[in-house]
Design a binder for this molecule. Structure first.
Ligand SMILES: [Zn+2]
Ligand SMILES: [Zn+2]
Length: 85
């Protein structure tokens, strides 16, 4: 039985499997696996293929993006609560 890549549907005999969130998925290459499974940075929108940063339930590609997102959130709170602006 030949399996197919879960991302591009390629029939390939040397598929590898990734076990994630309780289920096994098969891919023909890492690019397909990244495309399908990698989390997306909540700040810049890129695929997180490194360790990434978890901050307050959101994923970021770097500490720079995590800081930026927190700063933006704080700026939003400040502008909605500060009546002098
Ligand atoms: Zn593929
Ligand atoms: Zn980012």
């Amino acid at each position: 039985m030949t399996k197919t890549c879960a991302s591009c549907g390629n029939h390939y005999k040397n598929l590898f499997s990734i076990f994630m969130n309780g289920q096994t998925t098969y891919f023909d290459c890492f690019e397909c696996a990244i495309f399908k499974l990698a989390p997306i940075c909540q700040n810049c929108g890129c695929k997180i293929i490194g360790h990434g940063v978890d901050s307050e339930g959101a994923c970021y590609c770097s500490s720079h993006c995590a800081r930026n997102a927190v700063m933006n959130a704080n700026a939003k709170i400040a502008s909605t609560t500060d009546s002098n602006v």
